[in-house]
Every structure is written in C-alpha cells, then in structure tokens.
Write a protein that binds this ligand. Structure first.
Ligand code: HEM
Length: 400
C-alpha cells in the first residue's frame, strides 16, 4: 500500500471522517481552524480550508483556483456557468440573471409563491392534526415549485424532476467515486435534456416571461440548445435541495431558540437579518471546491497543480477572527450578512435572492397561520450531512 505522506504532516486532517462531519462539523472545524487551517483529508484526497480569510482568497482568485476542470458536475451537466471561468462564464451568468433580480422576483414570483406556501401550510394542519413535517411537506415542494416556475418548466414535470434530482444529488455527493452513481446522474441529465426539447419548442411559440422563454427567444446573442440545457440543469440542481435545506435550517434554527423569536418577528428588517444569521449558523451547502491551476501555497502549505481545495463555508462562517462568539446563534448579529453561505466572487450563487424570498415567505406564513409554532419535543430535529446539510425531518406543532 502506498503511504500517504501528507497524512503524516496533517494529523488532524487524517482523522477527519465524513461520517463525523455529517453529524456535527463545527467542533471539528474549530480544531482544524486553530491548529491545521489548511489540511489534507486522506479520506477524500482533498485539501480543506477552514479560515475565512483563506476561503475568501481562494474564491476570489479564479485564475489560480478554478472550477474549469474535470469534476462530477462537469461530467454530469457539461459546460455551464459553474464549470467555466472567464468571458464564457460571465456571458452565461449575465443571460440567466434577470429573472433572479430581487425586484423582478417580487413582481413576477411573489404572488404565486405566497399562494403556494399558504396552500402547503394550510395542508399541514388538516384533518384535526396540529402538527406537521415542514421539510418534506413545505420546504421541498416550495423549492421545486419556485425554481420550475422561474425556469418555465411545467409544474406537471415535478414528479420526474424529483426523480432526476435524487440521481444528481447522489452522484454529486459521491466522493468515493462509485461509477454506478456517476452513470445514474448522467442518465438523469440526459433524460432531462430529452424532456427539455418540446418544452423549449412550446416556449418559443408562446413565451411566458420565464428564463427558458427569454433564452429560447433571444435573437441578439443566443445560447445554443446545448448551452441552454447545461445552464438550466445547474440552475435546476442548484435550486432544489439547497433551498429546501435553507428553509428547513432556518425554521429549525429560529424555533430552537424560542427566546429570540419575538425579536426575529419584530419587523421585516429584523426577519431579514435573522435569516442571514440562520445562513451563517447552518449553511445548506458546506463547501465550494476549486482546482489549483498551478503549484502554489496557502498559509505556507504547498498545494500542487491539479489538487482540489475545499473551501469549507460552514467553517468560515464560524471563524472567531470575524464573528464574535461564533457558535452562538444571535438573530441581531450585526455582521451576520458577512457569511459565505452563497460563496463569493464570480460564482456567487445565482439564486440567492429567490432562496431568501422563499425562506421569508415560509417563515411569515408559518407564523401567521400557526400561532405558537414550536419544534415537536417528541420528534427532535437536527441538521445532518457533510456536503448538503439539513434536518432529516422537521416536525413542528402548534395550538389553534
Ligand atoms: C433558487 C435557489 C437557487 C438557485 C437557482 C441556485 C443556483 C445556483 C447557480 C446556478 C450557481 C452557480 C453560479 C455560478 O457559477 O456563477 C450557484 C452557486 C452557488 N450556490 Fe446556489 N442556488 C440556489 C440556492 C442556493 C442556496 C439556498 C444555497 C445555500 C444556502 C446556495 C449555495 C450556493 C453556493 C455556495 C454556490 C457557489 C458554489 C461555488 O462557488 O463552488 N444556493 N447557485
């Protein structure tokens, strides 16, 4: 067996196990940040960065740390904004940005989103049962409904999209590189491509103001069919589990701090700040991966060309050099918005305004419809997962 020499140099990294990170990554991150902020994790053969400054430096330097390299997401979805850099990436992103602007979302998506959330929340309490499971019964369908609507994919496709999504998610969390999971992810992306063709034909005939309609009707500098497929795939993938998790983590965080509920609900601005704190405290996406384009150093540690660096966003969000008492959840934290949960730089999350809007509408609607909403003490919830992090179930109860 070949000995991993890096494992000798980074003893804390050598002890990192994904299974432990999935349960509670934060004490592990704290130890790494203090003693081995740039560390090698033999279990996945990649670097972990846990200090906020290092994460920022890497994400802001796409020439040295790129997404444009062989990766599962490239393999599955092809070339899209997340797997390119430079002018092509800027062009893709510019073409897809308009429907995600906060102002357009407020006018085009908010009424539909509010109606859908109200419908789902009402259904939670039906049948004389004043308890409900918020993740699968509210957060997941809201996330799916919203991203399909913005894209312009008919809601009748929800079932198939859900199935494809499960394959994508398993393939992407496949750090052990299981070829079957990889092939299933690719197969789902191909099935999506086939389903997209008639949808684009319909939208070209009858544009409906959605993103896909904008793209297929673009006469100035149109994306090719392949580019539309790959970019819409990353948007679809990016908008489902992430947002489901963000909503569930936000509900879980605020309800597990009942003493802060009144403060969070005091005004729209207070709620927005509280949502930023939930993003800082429990980010749905735990890492952003980059490939070194040449030999380099981070904090005196040599990184070789081609090696993969994982910027650990949840670790950066609890860096005491930037956030006071970082493990404390504090809805009035002034710099909560400095979290890196949507990353930074060229690949900053395209869907951040939509995800924030969805979370706000869910929290407001839950509070309006379910007085004295609280976590169900008999069915406890806790976020789980090393890459995508969310509670497996989120049972709540309330009085009517
Ligand atoms: C409607 C919801 C969402 C959509 C449509 C969406 C879509 C996207 C897309 C297309 C990108 C790639 C941007 C680029 O490469 O330029 C991206 C990046 C990213 N998104 Fe989202 N996203 C959504 C929600 C979320 C949520 C809720 C989170 C976590 C709280 C999140 C975290 C991220 C992160 C960390 C990146 C950067 C990854 C990297 O740089 O490696 N996203 N998102």
């Amino acid at each position: 067996m070949v000995r991993d020499l890096k494992a000798d140099r980074f003893p804390l990294g050598a002890r990192v196990r994904l299974a432990d990170l999935a349960v509670d990554p934060y004490p592990i991150f704290a130890k790494l940040r203090a003693a081995e902020p740039v560390t090698w994790v033999p279990e996945i053969g990649r670097w972990f960065l846990t200090r906020r400054d290092d994460v920022l430096a890497v994400l802001r330097d796409p020439d040295l740390f790129t997404t444009d390299a062989p990766s599962t997401i490239h393999d599955m979805f092809g070339v899209h904004m997340m797997t390119t850099e430079g002018p092509t990436q800027v062009r893709y992103k510019r073409k897809c940005l308009p429907p995600f602007h906060a102002a357009r979302l407020e006018s085009a998506s908010l009424p539909r989103l509010t109606a859908e959330v109200e419908r789902l929340v009402r259904a939670l309490g039906s049948g004389g049962r004043y308890a409900g499971e918020v993740r699968t019964e509210v957060a997941r369908p809201v996330a799916l409904h919203s991203v399909l609507s913005v894209l312009g994919i008919p809601l009748s496709e929800m079932g198939r999209v859900n199935e494809w999504y499960e394959h994508f998610a398993r393939a992407l969390a496949n750090f052990a590189d299981d070829p079957e999971l990889r092939a299933a992810g690719k197969g789902a992306a191909d099935a999506y491509g086939r389903a997209l063709e008639p949808i684009l034909e319909d939208l070209a005939r009858e544009p409906d103001g959605s993103l896909l309609a904008d793209l297929v009707c673009d006469r100035v500098d149109p994306l090719t069919a392949v580019e539309i497929r790959s970019n819409s795939l990353i948007i679809l993938f990016g908008g489902i589990e992430t947002t489901e998790s963000m909503i569930a983590n936000a509900v879980c965080a605020v309800l597990s701090h009942p003493e802060q509920l009144e403060t969070a609900r005091a005004s729209p601005a207070a709620l927005d700040l509280a949502i930023e704190e939930t993003l800082r405290w429990e980010p749905a996406v735990q890492s952003a991966a980059r490939h070194a384009t040449r030999d380099t150093e981070i904090d005196g540690v040599r990184i070789a060309e081609g090696e993969v660096v994982h910027c650990m966003l949840g670790a950066a969000n609890r860096d005491p050099a930037h956030f006071e008492d970082p493990d404390r959840f504090e809805v009035t934290r002034r710099n909560a918005g400095d979290h890196l949960s949507f990353a930074v730089g060229r690949h900053f999350c395209l869907g951040a305004p939509l995800a924030r809007l969805e979370t706000r509408v869910v929290l407001e609607t839950l509070w309006a419809r379910c007085p004295a909403l609280r976590l169900d003490p008999d069915r406890p919830s806790a976020p789980y997962g090393y890459e995508f992090r969310k509670p497996k179930t989120l049972w709540v109860e309330w009085d009517v």
